[in-house]
Design a binder for this molecule. Structure first.
Ligand SMILES: [Zn+2]
Length: 460
């Protein structure tokens, strides 16, 4: 064979191989993906299961019997479904109890103020704190008014821009207010829309700064008090809170699997957090995240799609007021964390899915974008850089690539951490689309012959 012939036949081989390799992932899995999507869209089990769980057990704050009963229910149902290795992995979680609480406008007129203490806050003295209110519109505004804040209740009236930006006032508002001598902190609820509904959520203290009680009030009442201040009226509020921290208690990360047919020790892990705040019923935050991943696994099983690698669905515990579930998962799986091919988290509500945000190598991103094209027919194929989630962050820090499910977030923060986080806000068809999206992504990555490329781990 001449050199010329061997070169040209190599080029022919290359030309033939190239399109196969380039088309590979998407084209190889198009038929399976279409089956998964078609079957998911005929099914409303996800919505029904979420309704049953959230209406049977209600909200599921860490340390409550309701959370542990919901976990027992998930374990029993996963076993009924025929999932493998169904179990709860023990995690110790912090316990915070709200107790009774109230806020009243005392001056310039008497008015009850709907409120929710922030998770982790200390109590007021039993008789409450009655003090003048100073309204500020930012931390720098607080700095400018520092001299007037001594002995007062600081109210942060900061309009919602993005969650990440606005949530700082909930997170460290009490610390900054205490630094200027305030006796309590009130924060305008972190939401772009309100029907006079207070939104709770986590807050922090700093060991070097005096602890003061902190609570959320409604957008309407924060704006009203801001206008009162502008009109030169004296604003006084009585805040009564009896919240307390209790000793840590045992909880569990709940999980079940489809064990891989060829590489059972390699794992795609996905899910959401099973705990919630102690208001509403924790339907979108984040019962829905757990249930769509669980339904995705059940769907694959029903279709007889057994991937080469293991797919593990996890309901992490204690995301809301501790993050101990994600940390506990990392600690329990330290020895096999290198075998985690991909982690996927859904914790932004199970509204109409749009795709995923990805944290990992560029080489992996290219493959995930190809897989994303399989979801374009339902508008869920957009893969963008820079993602993950609170529960998968601990294993992502050890080098596991991570995806966060992206959904239409228009309404998520309307209901987030409120009494209105209930199943009726969710749509069975949109949830089924989330099931399809999670199932296609998890299945293809778990089944494709090639391993999803990892970036070098930063902190192994
Ligand atoms: Zn959440």
């Amino acid at each position: 064979m001449s050199l010329r012939t061997s070169v040209s036949s190599a080029l022919v081989a290359l030309a033939l191989a190239q399109p196969l390799a380039a088309q590979s992932v998407a084209d190889r899995y198009r038929a399976d993906a279409n089956r998964i999507i078609d079957a998911a869209l005929k099914d409303s089990t996800a919505w029904n299961r979420l309704a049953e769980m959230t209406e049977t057990y209600g909200n599921r704050l860490s340390g409550t019997p309701a959370l542990e009963q919901a976990i027992d229910w998930v374990i029993a149902k996963m076993k009924d479904d025929g999932l493998q290795n169904v179990r709860g992995e023990r995690v110790m979680v912090p316990v915070w109890a709200r107790g009774s609480e109230s806020a009243q406008l005392v001056s310039p007129r008497a008015q009850n103020l709907p409120m929710l203490g922030l998770g982790g806050s200390i109590a007021t003295p039993p008789a409450g704190i009655t003090a003048d209110v100073i309204v500020v519109s930012s931390f720098s505004d607080l700095g400018a008014k520092a001299a007037q804040a001594q002995g007062k209740i600081v109210l942060y009236d900061v309009p919602f821009t993005s969650y990440g930006e606005t949530v700082q006032y909930r997170g460290r508002g009490a610390i900054e207010a205490a630094k200027v001598g305030a006796v309590a902190a009130l924060v305008r609820s972190v939401t772009p829309y309100s029907q006079r509904t207070p939104h709770t959520g986590g807050m922090a203290y700093d060991s070097t700064v005096r602890r003061i009680p902190a609570a959320a009030i409604t957008v309407e009442d924060a704006e009203m008090m801001h206008r009162m201040q502008t009109r030169g009226e004296r604003i006084r509020v009585k805040l009564v809170m009896s919240a307390k921290a209790l000793p840590d208690a045992p909880s569990r990360n709940v999980m079940g699997e489809i064990v891989g047919s060829e590489k059972p020790d390699e794992v795609v892990v996905f899910g959401g957090h099973i705990d919630s705040w102690d208001v509403g019923r924790g339907a979108m935050d984040d019962g829905g995240g757990v249930v769509v991943a669980w339904e995705a696994v059940r769907l694959l099983q029903r279709l007889g799609l057994k991937p080469r690698r293991t797919i593990r669905v996890v309901g992490w515990t204690n995301e809301e007021n501790g993050g101990r579930g994600g940390q506990g998962y990392r600690d329990a799986h330290r020895a096999d964390v290198d075998k985690h091919v991909l982690a996927i988290e859904s914790d932004g509500g199970v509204f109409k899915p749009q795709g995923f945000s990805f944290g990992g190598s560029d080489a992996a991103l290219e493959i995930l974008k190809q897989i994303g094209t399989l979801l374009d027919r339902i508008g869920a194929g957009t893969i963008v850089k820079g993602g993950g989630g609170a529960d998968i962050a601990p294993i992502m820090a050890l080098g596991v690539p991570g995806l966060g499910l992206n959904v239409d977030g228009t309404k998520y923060f309307w209901y987030h951490h409120t009494e209105a986080d209930t199943i009726d806000k969710l749509d069975p068809h949109e949830m089924a689309l989330c099931v399809a999206t999670m199932a296609v992504m998890a299945y293809v990555v778990a089944d494709m012959p090639e391993l999803l490329p990892r970036a070098a781990a930063a902190t192994r």
